[in-house]
Design a protein around this ligand. Structure first.
Ligand code: GLV
Ligand code: MN
Ligand code: MN
Length: 419
């Protein structure tokens, strides 16, 4: 029996808009500004609202010790490993309203649409909303999926601190999530398959006029924190020859990162220093300490490491020349992930059957799927976003592209759940 799957576009878009109201950002004129940092009041409100939507639909809801939310539609053989989908609802400062949310609310709508179609899935279908895909608060991305996949040590995770030196252990307890983080890990046979729907966050689909991207691999991210310590003091009285200005050293380090990332000669290497904390941070004080956070990614982790080696050679020189100390702390260095050929083929067949043009592509952004790949066969569906813009308020995906993505997701979930 084939089931007609109808996606309720009006409801989906209105839910995306409602979710965007749980924000800590001031409104802007050029889009929808969303700031939703993990375990902030807005994040907690968004979680409660999502759980209400799921409960209203009769789905089972649970959360784990780090606050990952699991929304389950039991299959006729609930003892079989489930098929799962999902993404995140946290948002970096001053972001947009589609990153992650399309995969969560789109996943929910896919499940509702399948239910409305009269499907009784053999395997259970589960939606996961991951805690802190974004690294804003604790400096490391994909916190929830790292713990699910056993990639992050639970003791190290609980000891991580935010900028106010509050530990994850304290912050999650305050948010109502207690219990050992070790209990978050799921075994590798827990899910039969995993699919994440997400905006592309790059320009290719829109540029080529293709509505669906099928991800074949996810580039490998790494994160480092540099602390540069010099000698500061009064901006008027400390003589230029006597200074060891930590910010001037940091400026050279930032440019070294850019130079070596460009020197690989491939667009597959990207490196960004996106934060710079200057101590004491006063206009009339020579900076004595600077903390930089580096985000570096590559489809080839060996090439990513060779850029780091070149940066290290430069900062050895910097240390000597500027008489500063530089310490480097590894936050994460992850391997790339490959999609499951079976799921890629199934997504291709789904697009062909629905006459939807698609393109196979690499994900340059990371996603929770990078870590779900360690415990399950994965696939990802991308939809276009306007001008390739993401992590900004003018991030936009059209209602029709969003609906099409959810349609492909729903069909794929139904097929995988019947396996
Ligand atoms: C995820 O938000 C990323 O930075 O790729
Ligand atoms: Mn993001
Ligand atoms: Mn995302």
């Amino acid at each position: 029996m084939t089931h007609q799957i109808h996606i309720d576009q009006t409801r989906l878009i209105s839910e995306l808009q409602t979710l965007a109201t749980f924000t800590d950002a001031e409104p802007v004129s050029n889009g929808t500004a969303v700031t939703r940092i993990v375990f902030s009041a807005d994040d907690l409100r968004a979680r409660a609202w999502l759980k209400e939507l799921a409960t209203a639909e009769g789905f089972e809801v649970r959360d784990d010790a780090v606050g990952n939310i699991f929304i389950r539609w039991p299959g006729t053989q609930p003892e079989l490993p489930a098929v799962a989908t999902g993404s995140h609802t946290d948002a970096i400062p001053h972001a947009g309203m589609y990153d992650g949310t399309v995969g969560v609310l789109g996943g929910l709508e896919a499940m509702r649409a399948l239910k409305r179609s009269g499907l009784h899935p053999r395997r259970s279908i589960e939606l996961v909303m991951f805690t802190s895909e974004e690294p804003t608060r604790f400096g490391i991305g994909c916190l929830g999926s790292r713990l699910i996949s056993g990639t992050l040590d639970p003791i190290r995770a609980d000891a991580m601190q935010d900028k106010d030196e509050a530990t994850l252990a304290a912050v999650r307890t305050d948010a109502g999530f207690s219990g050992s983080l070790a209990s978050v890990q799921l075994p590798s046979n827990h899910y039969h398959a995993w699919i994440e729907l997400h905006i592309e966050q790059g320009p290719l689909l829109e540029r080529e006029g293709i509505p669906v991207g099928i991800v074949t691999s996810i580039a490998a991210p790494a994160g480092y924190r540099f602390t540069i310590t010099g000698f500061g003091g009064h901006a008027g009285a400390l003589l230029m020859p006597d200074r060891k200005d930590a910010l001037c050293a940091a400026a050279e380090l930032i440019l070294s990162v850019e130079k070596h990332a460009l020197a690989t000669g491939t667009i597959d290497t990207v490196a960004t220093i996106g934060t710079c904390d200057v101590h004491p941070g006063a206009v009339n004080s020579v900076p004595s300490r600077v903390i930089l956070q580096l985000d570096i990614r590559d489809t080839d982790p060996a090439r990513r490491e060779s850029v780091m080696q070149a940066v290290r050679r430069d900062y050895e020189d910097l240390r000597q020349r500027r008489k500063v100390t530089i310490t480097e702390e590894l936050v994460n260095a992850d391997a790339p992930a490959q999609s499951s050929p079976h799921i890629v083929k199934l997504l291709e067949e789904t697009c062909v059957a629905k006459k939807i043009p698609y393109k196979k592509m690499v994900s340059r952004a990371y996603h929770d799927s990078l870590f779900m790949a360690r415990i399950a066969p994965i696939g990802m569906i991308f939809i276009p976003c306007r001008n390739g813009v993401s992590h900004k308020p003018d991030e936009y995906a059209s209602p029709s592209d969003t609906t099409l993505g959810v349609q492909v997701l729903a069909s794929a979930l139904a097929k995988l759940a019947s396996e």
